[in-house]
Design a binder for this molecule. Structure first.
Ligand SMILES: Nc1ncnc2c1ncn2[C@@H]1O[C@H](COP(=O)(O)OP(=O)(O)OP(=O)(O)O)[C@@H](O)[C@H]1O
Ligand SMILES: O=P(O)(O)OC[C@H]1O[C@H](OP(=O)(O)OP(=O)(O)O)[C@H](O)[C@@H]1O
Ligand SMILES: [Mg+2]
Length: 281
């Protein structure tokens, strides 16, 4: 199985990190290499521009690919989306000068809109029934309204800093995007692809969970169970040569702070909290 992965840009590092956490360590993945092996002899990584990944998957050069939903929509290809990987979150928005007279999508009729996403832009205006002139640029889109190249833009925003710095205001949201695992329709039932989906899901499931371990007197177990309803309840083990027990449980990260205090209060000691690499439910 070949996985197409962004070769550079902001999506490269988190994607490689995700592969690592999913147990697919990338071997010999030096800069500027196009291919890399992984610890699984049946899995190869192919590095490509984020924007080209949908095309690689459609062509069959790779069975699956990791890229933003925005890139997949822009490609116009109809790939199967397997997992929302929950990073690279951003919005594609229609934006116009803060002090200008464009305050709704209808105001863009007859005007020029610059974007790196012409396919998405044209689909959006067609859907809204607005006749706008879409011009394609390959970067620095936010500059175009200030040099009379365009009246408005459709571009990516996440923190909003770039729009603010360029005195542009959001007029409408066009698409909400994040990075997804996409597959060629013929590859969806491939057992290797299914293994990859399970591995990615297990990483995501573990992300907001912690593993909590502690020692406790046996007679406090009921109190401890109350604090730790957890995933299928805690695991309880005898401690050799002792009247106490060891208790292990998976706890939601957001409950850990409170749980540790409550556990101490009901007599637990030696409390350890660790991250979980993967969680297959
Ligand atoms: N500001 C952002 N916040 C979150 N995600 C973003 C942001 N900008 C882009 N993305 C996501 O990352 C994808 C690739 O963007 P990025 O700019 O990293 O790649 P690139 O344009 O190929 O690289 P470069 O900008 O270095 O040439 C976008 O299609 C989008 O899904
Ligand atoms: O809302 P913000 O957090 O400011 O992010 C938005 C900016 O991020 C992206 O640019 P990027 O940093 O990828 O630079 P690029 O134009 O060189 O691709 C995007 O094209 C916007 O310009
Ligand atoms: Mg960029």
């Amino acid at each position: 199985m070949r996985i197409a992965v962004p070769n550079k840009g902001r999506l490269h590092d988190p994607t490689v990190e995700l592969l690592e956490r999913a147990g697919l360590h990338v071997k010999n993945g030096a800069d500027r290499k196009l291919y890399a092996d992984t610890v699984d002899p049946e899995v190869t990584v192919l590095f490509a521009r984020a924007a080209d990944i949908p095309e690689y998957v459609r062509d069959g050069a790779a069975e699956v690919g990791v890229t933003g939903l925005d890139q997949m929509r822009e490609s116009g290809h109809d790939l199967d989306e397997l997992v929302d990987l929950e990073f690279g979150s951003c919005r594609l928005v229609l934006a116009a000068p803060e002090d200008g007279d464009i305050t709704s999508v209808e105001d863009v009729a007859g005007k020029t809109v610059a974007t790196e996403f012409p396919t998405i832009a044209r689909e959006y205006f067609a859907e809204k029934g607005v006749d706008a002139d879409v011009v394609e640029v390959t970067g620095a889109t936010e500059l175009t309204p200030h040099v009379e190249m365009a009246d408005a833009i459709i571009d990516i925003t996440s923190t909003g800093t770039t729009l603010r710095m360029n005195r542009l205001a959001v007029v409408d949201e066009v698409l909400s995007s994040s990075v997804r695992l996409f597959a060629h329709p013929d590859a969806v039932d491939d057992p290797k692809v299914e293994q990859l989906v399970t591995a990615f899901r297990s990483v995501l499931a573990a992300e907001d969970k912690r593993y909590v371990m502690m020692n406790a007197p046996r007679d406090r177990l009921d109190d401890i169970r109350e604090v730790l309803p957890g995933l299928g309840g805690p695991t309880v083990m005898d401690v050799a040569g002792d009247d106490g027990v060891a208790v292990h449980a998976v706890v939601d990260e957001r409950h850990v702070f409170e749980a540790v205090n409550d556990l101490k209060a009901v007599g637990a000691s030696g409390i350890l909290v660790t991250e979980i690499e993967r969680l297959v439910e």
